[in-house]
Design a protein around this ligand. Structure first.
Ligand code: PLP
Ligand code: COI
Length: 341
């Protein structure tokens, strides 16, 4: 397969239309058979459920070229089931998980020329989503929906790649208790836009959100879960009903415990214990593992001993092992790599 002539190592995290995308429409209570299309444009009612009341959910996953030249995706079955969970919470009909698997496979296969080569530092980001496409003016679910998947080659989510970032403790909340923080709804990201623009204006890379109910516990950032390392090397990740159950975080906990033999804890993390950790990072599909060097809480700085130049040693080890599994250099747990065929 001849790859596109793209300067892979210069790519940022942006949208570049690729050749094919998948579309299936839901009407009269059923999903149609769906298929690939060249058309990157959507035409719908001005009163569509997604436009009026933000009735939309999405996923994010990546395809990689392995060291031995295979094209793989990392645990796409978990994206299929999380999309279905997200859909049910917003009264959107779930897209069947077996059909999701076939559709992501077909999108990657149809865009193989855009899957970045091994070692380029780039990946193919895949964005499945479902939205209410028929008109609604009273507040209620739409009757018709579209499920769509496009793919776009991307580089690092944070400029500077593996260089530690600085984040601030946000004055805004991202998700309410008993709300929608645990699903991947577009509305959660709309909620975070003013906060992220404000943080960027103030010179920060991201926001740390605390629990909206008590502002005592660490939740997550706008697009990634937190990962902490204690001074004695235990990996700690925050537990909360209002954060997204990150597939990267769940995978890292398994890697830490079962592959690297580390101690792991998935528990509530009080903000006032953050200053005692040795390392901090963000994890997610887009973020991979991005080290955090500094957290600023209304002028008070928490500077991690790992510093602002490079990842701390434990996070580096987790990063090397996870990306090693994703790129096929290291044998991971059975079933984690799905080969595109
Ligand atoms: N948290 C939020 C709010 C996200 O948007 C994402 C990205 O999907 C994550 C966490 C990380 O989840 P995952 O590792 O499944 O990509
Ligand atoms: C992902 O990691 O796939 C996400 O959806 C996060 C988003 C902020 C880009």
């Amino acid at each position: 397969m001849e790859k596109k002539n793209i300067n892979w190592s210069e790519l940022g995290f942006g949208y570049m239309p690729t050749e094919k995308r998948y579309v299936s429409n839901y009407k009269n209570g059923a999903w149609d058979e769906g298929g690939l299309t060249d058309d990157a444009t959507i035409t719908m009612s001005e009163c569509a459920g997604v436009l009026q009341y933000a009735q939309t959910v999405f996923e994010g996953l990546k395809a990689y070229t392995t060291e031995d030249g295979r094209t793989v995706m990392f645990r796409p079955d978990l994206n299929a089931s999380r999309l279905a969970d997200s859909a049910r919470r917003l009264e959107i009909p779930a897209f069947p998980e077996d059909r999701f698997m076939q559709a992501v496979n077909d999108v990657v296969k149809a865009n193989l020329a855009y899957v970045p080569p091994y070692g380029s530092g780039a990946t193919l980001y895949i964005r499945p989503f479902i939205f209410g496409s028929s008109s609604v003016i009273g507040v209620k679910p739409a009757e018709e929906y579209q499920f769509r998947i496009f793919a776009t080659p991307v580089g690092p989510y944070f400029k500077g790649g593996a260089k530690p970032i600085t984040i601030k403790v946000s004055d805004f909340d991202r998700a309410a208790p008993h709300g929608t923080g645990h699903i991947k709804a577009g509305l959660n990201y709309a909620m975070s836009l003013h906060a992220i623009v404000t943080a960027h204006e103030e010179g920060y890379d991201e926001n740390m959100y605390l629990d909206a109910g008590t502002r005592t516990y660490v939740e997550e950032t706008g697009g990634a879960n937190f990962l902490f390392v204690t001074k004695d090397g235990t990996v700690v990740t925050p537990k909360s009903d209002s954060i997204l159950p990150s597939i990267t975080r769940r995978s890292l906990m398994t890697v830490a415990e079962e592959v690297l033999g580390m101690k792991v804890e998935h528990r509530q993390v009080r903000f006032d214990e953050v200053k005692d950790f040795a390392e901090c990072g963000l994890c997610g599909t887009a973020a991979v593992i991005s080290p955090v060097g500094k957290i600023v809480d209304h002028g008070k700085e928490i500077c991690f001993p790992s510093g602002m130049e490079k990842m701390g040693p434990v996070i580096q080890k987790l990063y090397d092992t996870l990306t090693g599994i994703q790129m096929g250099r290291i044998e991971g747990p059975k079933g984690w790599l799905y080969e595109v065929k």
